[in-house]
Structures are given as C-alpha cells and as structure tokens.
Design a protein around this ligand. Sequence first.
Ligand code: FAD
Length: 350
Amino acid sequence: MVEIDLDRREVTVVRPDARRAILPYDSLVVGVGVGQSYFGHDEFAEWAPGMKTLADAMLQRQRIFSAFEMAELEDDPEARRSWLTFVVVGGGPTGVEISGQIAELARRALKNNFRHFDPAEVHVALFEGGKEILASFGDRLSAKATRALEKTGVTVHTGCVVTAVDADGVAVKGADGAVTRYPAKTTIWAAGVSASPLAKKLADASGADVDRAGRVKVERDCSLRGHPEVFVVGDMMNFDDLPGVAEVALQSGVHAAKTIRRRLDGKDAQPFKYRDLGSMAAISRRRAVVSFHGLRVAGFLGWLMWLFVHLAFLTGFKNRFKTIVSWTLSFLGTGRTERALIRIPERKRR
Ligand SMILES: Cc1cc2nc3c(=O)[nH]c(=O)nc-3n(C[C@H](O)[C@H](O)[C@H](O)COP(=O)(O)OP(=O)(O)OC[C@H]3O[C@@H](n4cnc5c(N)ncnc54)[C@H](O)[C@@H]3O)c2cc1C
C-alpha cells in the first residue's frame, strides 16, 4: 500500500507485477508497523543494520557467522580481535537478547569449530544511552539482567551514546562527555524505532497528532481522528503511550475487527481496553527476566515462563510441536542447526 485517499475511501497498492491498483474500502485497518530509527543518523544503517524484518534477521545471521570465519582467516591478532568484537547498540529487550545470544553462541555452539582462535575470546559490548538496561522492567530486574549478561560474557556500558559508526567500529560518548573509540567489525543496531512514511501521510491527511517516533495518536476506539471508518493499529499506533509490543498489536487489531462488526450490527463502538500481559526478555539459556503486574521474576523460573508464553502464543499445533522438538534438541545439546548462510546483497565491509 503506497497511498491512502481518506476522502475518496481508496487505497493505492503496488501489485506483485509492479503495476499500481486502486482499491475502494468501507472500513480500513492500517497496521504497517515501524522501521528502525537512527535518531537522525541514517548513515549508521550501512554499518549497523537493524533488526526489524525477517530479511534483517537473515542478514544479521550472515554477518555474525561471517565475522567468525574472518577471524579464522586473519593472521594479525589486532584485526582478529576486531572481528571477534560485536557491538550492540540499545539495551532494550532486543539488544539484551541479541547480546546474550551472540555470547552464548560463541561459547557453546561454536566452541570447537575453529583452529586459530578460541571462540570464548569473543567480546560482546552492549551500549545503552540510559542509566540502565531494560529500564521498563524496573531497577531490580535491570540489575539482575546486567549480572546475567556479564556472566555470559557481555560487557554492559550504560549512560553511553554511540555517536559514530563505521566499518571498523563505533565512537561512544560516555556520561563524562569523553568520546572513546571501540574497534569492532560487527555492529548491530537495536535502539529506537520510527513510524513508516504511511503514518505521516495519514496524520497529515487527517490532522491527527503524532508522537516523537511518528506513531499516530488514535481515538479511544483505535480509529483515526475524524475518520471512524479507518483504524490504525499495532506498532504504528500511539494509544496512551502503550509500548510497541506484540500484545498491543494483537489486541488492537482484534478490537478494530470487533468494532467493524459491531457497526455492521448497528451497535456503537466500544473504547479499546488493553490487557497488560507483562514483559519478558530472555538473556541466555536458562536465564530470563519477567515483569508481570508487580511480579518480578528472574533466572531459571523466568526462563521457564518465557518458554511457556512463547510456545502458547505460537499458532497451530504443528508449529508448537516443531518448536518443542527443536528447543529440546538445542537445550540438551550445544549445537545450533540454523547455520545456513544465504547470499544476501553484501554491504560494504573492509
Ligand atoms: C527483533 C524483535 C524482537 C521482538 N520481540 C518481541 C517480543 O519478544 N515480545 C513482544 O511482545 N514484541 C516483540 N517485538 C515487537 C513486535 O514484533 C511488534 O510489536 C509487533 O510485530 C507489531 O506488530 P504490527 O502488526 O504492528 O507490525 P509488524 O509486525 O511490523 O507488521 C507490519 C507488516 O506490515 C508490512 N508493511 C509495511 N509497510 C507496508 C505497506 N506500505 N504496505 C503493506 N504492508 C506493509 C510489513 O512488511 C509487515 O509485515 C519484537 C520486535 C523485534 C524487531
């Protein structure tokens, strides 16, 4: 979808054959999500791709495994160290999870895979601009998560803003204002999101407000200001500053569908009520943090809760069964089967 004409009630889409088509609508639900935000430094994207789409995830996998291969080929110890240094920017759940996973991958799955270095030498540095990681989980869980990450081999730097990113590393401004350079061949961006251009178009056309990330502020029933027939849901919606998480997206989408059905039945729209199911982040194998209505759990119990919730929310028996088998194999053993590298258009890398 590339255009929305609110007055004519039509959307313009680009078909798979690249031609445009115009589709009329009676009701419209828009949920195109958000993109990565580099806080005005889009040039960082070249060296620090984000983690928003499946293609992004495949690219990250390729970059991470390729870095180990490059370290194996490198004779110069300093250059090898730089291939074995991974920088993750952003200490929210995504940054915490990816940091823990890289450290664990090196120390467990890749343990005996290389001749010229010990993967345990890997160094993962997590940089967070705020005073603590996982700030929304509260001080206690944040401190526990920091300790768990450090046990796994991640160095956590808080109060640090990444001010430059290039092929050879990052520059970081600390709380004291001093800028330090960290050599690293692989940087992953997990800080900040910005709404899609469609959000801005919708807001401009309707006069709706947007927040700092460009998310559209919606009415009490998730509809667009002045357009009760248009619903904005999920990550691109701002409803009472709810976070951009899957539960908000699921529940707001269901609410929009129910509202359309109510209207067809001649009933009034109901306000959207969000049921908070808590937040969780997995740090490593057997360690996760969970925050649920004042209940704070960390460690093994948190990890069991994380597993249960992620299984419960998978769709269909087949998916759940396959996941249980795959998790059992990887938790009992040390290997990882998902190692296939597919050729993705290369970004420049020296
Ligand atoms: C790495 C990562 C880990 C996460 N982990 C968790 C977690 O553990 N728990 C949790 O609750 N949340 C998590 N989230 C957040 C969660 O994924 C989002 O909140 C949720 O996916 C939002 O759903 P959505 O439908 O609004 O947007 P999306 O899931 O982003 O879906 C939007 C869809 O719209 C499509 N689209 C975009 N533009 C257009 C267009 N112009 N026309 C047509 N289609 C378009 C996109 O291709 C995409 O398929 C995570 C997010 C990331 C990136």
